[in-house]
Write a protein that binds this ligand. Structure first.
Ligand code: NAD
Length: 492
């Protein structure tokens, strides 16, 4: 890679130079070094990718599912062999630590493994004699060309919430990665190139808003899988629906954790710090609000403050680093402005991570872990997705108040409870309006064989990524009712 290298698109099994008028630099967020340039592919190039994907459909669909998954077995092996290289790429373009990047790719691989179960998961159903001599059955067929539009914060994992399932089900795919982290998919597609998929089955188009909108509008795209901010998820859901597509659009979050006085405080602080500050808080499952109940207030605040202040911040490939930078200077400015705002709104800055100096990485987009105490639950700080290493502490007197507070929020991606009471845990998981629940867990990320749930403003659609949800999303059901009268049977 060099700073003048323009990344290529991959269409019809060929690497192609984009004719885009505009390219953006791809920066290492820890050093600001420019590593390559990403083209903002125009709508015509999206159109070409969709057309080749559409042409490839008929033959791919007729390829038996047992043969289709053989490509995924090969891909899994290649991803395993290249995990280290891909993880390093994720760290240099996205900023998270090497361990976080490797963990992300492990999750990607798990989705390939689950999608290899498509022969069983795609099975239909059969009812004999729904009326005398009449049978009825349901089969699953692919939906067509599927587009994946992904965010910057998990460049390796998120396309895999969708791609392996779409392919296993007999669809063809166009992936548009985030323009801020395009290098990881370049590397993944270098591997895909070697497994000899038929031309047009998987395609990569780099770009930003114009490329995304071209996918949303294209008449030959049947399904959109989107992950990103709520504002864009809403737009994607509405615009793609206008042309009759099926859409799954996962949006932003503001995740609360609730700490009861009977929680194991040492464990709770350690796990909560990993949730709030892991990936520098740029995780859709990052804890952003910690709601302490009753006596948990002081014990939790002290322990979490120590965990925040002692976190080692730096470049994610350096030994011992526990937290990397934010994705961009704009993101750093926004996060710091939200901390300023919180202080203006009356919160106390218990641990202040603003404008740190990280020796050797003075150009990086760093904000250290930050904790604000006595945050007003109705303030902007308490309601806005910050997407940085900032934890706001709010205090309430009862678990009921905590649940009401959570349910009054706009988002519903994740909520976690720390307690040693089974009854409190049951009440919490029963009553809380969020799609992913943790009990003594800080990042309740569903394994690949569960849907990546999300409710309210964190998700628009019906079927989520991963697991059986993905299989249902990437297939359409066909129901057949058949009569074969006995008198038609010949004697052989
Ligand atoms: P983003 O919404 O800015 O971008 C996501 C994708 O949409 C990118 O590919 C981008 O090119 C495209 N895009 C941006 N603006 C667009 C527009 N106006 N029209 C069409 N396409 C557009 O998100 P991001 O900053 O890359 O990612 C962070 C966000 O993603 C956070 O809000 C985070 O919570 C969310 N996220 C959610 C989940 C989840 O599962 N719910 C998972 C990861 C990230």
């Amino acid at each position: 890679m060099s700073q003048n290298e323009i990344l290529l698109n991959y269409v019809n099994n060929r690497w192609q130079r984009s004719q885009a008028a505009e390219q953006l630099p791809v920066n290492n967020p820890a050093t600001a070094e420019i590593m390559a340039r990403v083209p903002l592919s125009p709508a015509e190039e999206v159109d070409e990718a969709v057309r080749v994907a559409s042409n490839a459909l008929e033959e791919w669909r007729r390829t038996p599912v047992t043969d289709r998954i053989q490509y995924l077995f090969k891909l899994k092996e290649l991803l395993e062999e290249n995990l280290d290289d891909i993880a390093r790429t994720i760290t240099v373009e996205c900023g998270k630590t090497y361990a976080e990047s490797a963990g992300e790719m492990r999750r990607a691989i798990e989705n390939v493994e689950v999608a290899c179960g498509a022969p069983l998961m795609m099975q239909g159903g059969f009812s004999e004699d729904i009326a005398r001599g009449i049978d009825e059955f349901m089969i699953r067929q692919p939906v067509g060309v599927c587009a994946i539009i992904s965010p910057f914060n998990f460049p390796g994992m998120i396309p895999f919430w969708f791609m392996p399932y779409a392919l296993a089900c007999g669809n063809t795919v166009v992936v548009k990665p985030s323009e801020r982290v395009p290098l990881t998919m370049q590397q993944v597609f270098r591997l895909l190139e070697t497994i000899d998929l038929p031309p047009g089955v998987v395609n990569l188009v780099n770009g930003a808003r114009e490329a995304a909108n071209a996918l949303l509008d294209h008449p030959q795209v049947q399904a959109i899988s989107f992950v990103g901010s709520t504002k864009v998820a809403r737009h994607v859901y509405a615009r793609a629906a206008q042309s009759g597509k099926r859409v799954q659009a996962q949006g932003g979050a503001k995740n609360p954790i609730v700490v009861l006085p009977d929680a194991d405080m040492e464990m709770t602080a350690r796990i909560s710090a990993d949730s709030a500050f892991g990936c520098a808080g740029q995780r859709c499952l990052a804890a952003s609000l910690a709601i302490t109940v009753g006596d948990a207030r002081h014990s939790f605040a002290g322990s979490i403050a120590d965990a925040a202040a002692s976190r080692i911040v730096g470049f994610g490939l350096d030994e011992g680093v526990q937290m990397g930078p934010l994705i961009s200077p704009q993101s750093r400015e926004f996060v710091e402005s939200m901390i300023d705002k919180g202080a203006q709104e009356g919160a106390t800055v218990l641990v202040d991570g603003r404008r740190p100096s990280i020796s050797g990485y003075e150009q990086g987009n760093f904000v250290r872990p930050t904790i604000l105490q006595d945050v007003d639950p109705h303030s902007e700080l308490a309601k806005t997705e910050i997407f940085g290493p900032v934890l706001s502490l709010i205090h309430v007197d009862t678990v009921e108040e905590a649940i009401d507070l959570i349910n009054s929020g706009a988002y519903g991606n994740m909520a976690c409870l720390f307690t040693s009471s089974g009854a409190a845990a049951r009440k919490f998981r029963y009553e809380v309006q969020a799609g992913n629940i943790g009990v003594n867990i800080g990042v309740a990320a569903p394994m690949a064989f569960f849907p990546f749930s999300g409710w309210k403003d964190s998700f628009f659609g019906t079927l989520h990524g991963q697991s059986m949800h993905a299989i249902e999303f990437f297939t359409q059901t066909k129901v057949v009712v058949e009569r074969w009268p006995q008198q038609w049977s010949r004697q052989f």
